[in-house]
Design a protein around this ligand. Structure first.
Ligand code: AMP
Ligand code: ZN
Length: 477
């Protein structure tokens, strides 16, 4: 499989360290608010990658952190702690906020058929691990104490900007724009590993450490959580493209300085979901959520389909019109799946292999989900039987997870119900008409005809019961 690797800036053949096994780390959410559908684009594509790696036979162990402490409103280590900001906004404790939004995040993932990673680890569970790595970095001379905080010394690295060629001057006007300078830093790019002093002393969650009571920096969390569960080597690390710098750059600095060797060979970055007014972001306060999609009448899986229709390395522009188009296409696709009527489950092996090859060709080429969706459409054009077509769709669904089989079944059930209802009302109309004919026959004293009608209905399993209020009937099932 070829994957674009942000480290080498080209598509590389994906080869994990140990044959058949993949260790995968994906940065998780900062749980101070609902995930917006931009965040969920990243998680959707990571889900597709994990499922595809499994599909082609790898045993994948995937870890995700939950950031419930230490992520400041500016990635440049200044600003308020995001969790604290969320807690203040909702007049709750940080832990209550963390629990509520962690649950909400996984409910959203569930709605989008994003499987939960094998290991999910909140940062607040790993304080000893953070202290351990910070201590090592201090011992090895990669970190220093200043003004009560522990900083990573980026000047000790041969190469710090691994994903790009940032210059410090660019940094001043870019990432650190409008952020006041932290005078404790020896170099502009240095970053905090452990805070004991921040401008926001009312930080709720603090822990004892060799450097005083404080809390971890955001970047150290991922380095340590990955090490805790996956050891000193990682096969692939993923995240949104905004995480490449400074977050992932800092993770690499910390982990490789601690281990003394290369840490992770493949870095996959999912590009952003934008609106016409720019990048969707939680901190802007205005963002679209899964609940809003539902409120507006969209099945969340329509949004998944919308994401899969474009390549993860291209920015994706969200508009309601674009989502409407995806909805129309999705419903048509479901309707086509519902028309497949397999007779038995014997499949045409050659056709199956041919369809599958188109699908794997697409995904083997840097996870081209839009071509994989085309491969799905191509199934309907194939000159083969419905059993094979359905088997192919079920097979692709192991990766795409669009809920097509379930939605098609639901559609077929609804059609059956509608047909049953129509048949029921036809039957009732017929019985009513016969009862009326029998009443008239009796009124005309034509008892022979009245009996004939009773017998005619009885032969159909319909029993007539004469009551004071008129003739009723029962239908034997
Ligand atoms: P956060 O909860 O802010 O830490 O972000 C969670 C994940 O979503 C990270 O991997 C981010 O890089 C990613 N992300 C943030 N904004 C967007 C966006 N507009 N489109 C796609 N991914 C995003
Ligand atoms: Zn991370």
């Amino acid at each position: 499989m070829l994957l674009y690797n942000s480290l080498t800036r080209r598509k590389d053949e994906f080869k994990p360290r140990f044959e058949g096994k993949v260790s995968m780390y994906t940065c998780g959410p900062t749980v101070y608010h609902f995930a917006h559908i931009g965040n969920l684009r990243t998680y959707t594509m990571e889900d597709v990658l994990e499922k595809y790696l499994k599909y082609i036979g790898y045993d994948v162990k995937r870890v995700m952190n939950i950031t419930d402490v230490g992520h400041l409103t500016s990635d440049g280590d200044t600003g308020e702690d995001k969790m604290l900001k969320g807690a203040k906004r909702e007049h709750k404790t940080v832990l209550e906020i963390a629990k509520f939004y962690t649950d909400a995040f996984f409910a959203d993932c569930d709605a989008l058929n994003i499987a939960a990673p094998e290991i999910i680890e909140p940062a607040t569970n790993c304080i000893p691990e953070f202290i351990d790595m910070v201590s090592t970095l201090l011992e090895k001379g990669f970190a220093y104490e200043a003004g009560g905080n522990i900083y990573f010394d980026t000047s000790k690295l041969e190469k710090y900007y691994v994903f790009n060629d940032f210059k410090e001057e660019d940094l001043e006007v870019g990432v650190r724009e409008s952020v006041s300078e932290d005078t404790n830093k020896r170099n502009k790019a240095d970053f905090v590993l452990w805070f004991t002093k921040s401008k926001f002393d009312d930080q709720e969650l603090k822990w004892d450490s060799p450097w005083g009571i404080g809390y971890p920096g955001w970047h150290i969390e991922c380095s340590c959580i990955a090490r805790k569960h996956l050891g000193e080597y990682l096969d692939i690390h993923c995240g949104g493209v905004d995480n490449a710098f400074p977050h992932h750059t800092n993770e690499i600095a910390q982990s490789e300085s601690t281990f003394g060797h290369e840490w992770c060979g493949y870095w996959m970055h999912v590009h952003h979901l934008n609106t016409n007014s720019g990048k969707m972001s939680k901190s802007k306060g205005e963002f679209l959520t899964v609940s809003l999609l539902r409120e507006r009448g969209y099945d969340p899986l329509v949004y998944r389909f919308f994401c899969l229709q474009s390549h993860y390395r291209k920015n994706l522009v969200f508009s309601w019109e674009n989502l409407d188009n995806a909805k129309i296409a999705y419903n048509k696709l479901v309707a086509r799946v519902a028309t497949l009527k397999p007779e038995g489950d014997k499949i045409d092996e050659a056709a199956f292999a041919e369809g599958r090859a188109r699908f794997t060709d697409a995904l083997d080429n840097d996870l081209n989900t839009s071509l994989a969706v085309t491969a799905l459409y191509d199934v309907f054009k194939m000159k083969t039987d419905d059993a094979t077509k359905l088997a192919l769709i079920k097979d692709f669904e192991r990766v795409l997870s669009l809920g097509l089989i379930e939605a098609a079944q639901k559609l077929a059930d609804e059609k059956d119900d509608a047909q049953d209802t129509a048949q029921d009302s036809e039957l009732v109309a017929y019985i009513t008409e016969r009862i009326e004919a029998r009443r008239q026959a009796k009124a005309e004293k034509n008892y022979a005809l009245a009996d004939e009608i009773r017998n005619e209905l009885s032969a159909k399993g319909i029993t007539l019961i004469d009551t004071k209020e008129g003739t009723k009937f029962t239908i034997n099932s």
